[in-house]
Design a protein around this ligand. Structure first.
Ligand SMILES: Nc1nc2ncc(COP(=O)(O)OP(=O)(O)O)nc2c(=O)[nH]1
Length: 287
């Protein structure tokens, strides 16, 4: 029986999307909202990434710039200084694909040269030169929806129909990517939970995530430890939002997410195993 499930060729490292895959977050920043400073050195970040792979991460996402609400951004030289040694170290020592979480084409190019096999762009390749860089680099790309910029995106975001508007934006970005020479087989979309969305917007996007699967490319969901989880659970401390995050990613998987981007890999892997086991039970015959 041939495996016809979608797969992403991440610079030679294959990511099969026959089931929901877990993307472990490796933030090499001093100020990420939930784990800022914990892995600020290259050695600590590499060790953290290897630990996430041991916990079951199917791929790792390395980021050198916090995009939390209110963040100001990081110069390209500083972002490169942070992420390149980590990507080199993980590409050499981890067998899973490595994604670079950046919107800067210079960082995309350097990261892929250092061993990254996927681009994760919260700006959906809108920055100048990003489309051309991603097309030339030949690796899969995550196109994420964000309204506004991290600095100001949470100041009263408004939508008439958030799901329809995010759907339309992502469809437009898929079209732009294809025009630039990036085939659909290399594209992933992401509604961008918390990026210019209030709690109601995030809940609507999660509840109706299945609508994004109509775009015909894999869907990625990243809700891990975010403000909406805190608002629903009353957990003010991001590191205490594990159970709520796992529940949200399980719901995303049930609604078609093929990749979930998480801090808490072990807990998420366990929850997905339970869900997949139950989902595999054959439906009873109804004669
Ligand atoms: N594709 C994608 N990429 C992302 N990158 C960063 C964050 C923000 O979360 P985190 O990396 O934990 O925090 P910070 O941006 O403060 O480093 N969320 C997403 C997301 O939802 N989807």
């Amino acid at each position: 029986m041939f495996d016809t499930s979608p797969r992403l060729d991440c610079a030679g490292r294959l990511l099969r999307l026959d089931r929901t895959r877990v993307m472990g977050i490796v933030n090499v920043t001093p100020d990420s909202f939930s784990d800022g400073g914990e892995h600020a050195s290259a050695e600590a970040a590499i060790a953290h990434g290897l630990r996430l792979v041991e916990e079951g991460a199917d791929l790792l996402d390395v980021g050198g710039e916090s995009t939390r609400p209110g963040s100001q951004g990081v110069p390209v030289e500083e972002e490169l200084r942070r992420v390149i040694p980590v990507i080199e170290g993980l590409a050499a020592r981890a067998a899973v694909p490595i994604s670079i979480d950046t919107s800067k084409p210079e960082v995309m190019r350097a990261a892929v040269a250092a061993g990254a096999g996927m681009i994760n762009d919260i700006c959906a390749l809108e920055r100048e030169g990003a489309l051309d860089a991603a097309a030339a680099l030949g690796v899969p790309v995550v196109l994420m929806h964000m309204r506004g910029e991290p600095r100001s995106m949470q100041e009263a975001p408004h939508y008439d129909d958030v799901v329809a508007e995010v759907h339309r934006y992502l469809a437009d970005r898929i079209f732009a990517a294809e025009l630039a020479g990036i085939p659909r087989a290399r594209l992933v979309v992401d509604p961008g939970f918390g990026f210019g969305k209030d709690n109601d917007h995030n809940l609507a996007l999660l509840a109706q995530l299945e609508r994004l699967t109509e775009l015909g490319v894999p869907v990625l969901a990243g809700i891990s430890r975010k403000r909406t989880i805190g608002a629903l659970t009353g957990r003010d401390v991001p590191a205490e939002r594990v159970a709520g995050s796992v529940a949200a990613h399980l719901l995303a998987a049930q609604r078609g997410a093929r990749i979930v981007r998480v801090h808490d890999v072990a807990a998420t892997v366990d929850a997905l195993k339970v869900w997949e086991a139950v989902a595999a039970v054959p439906a009873p015959r109804r004669d």
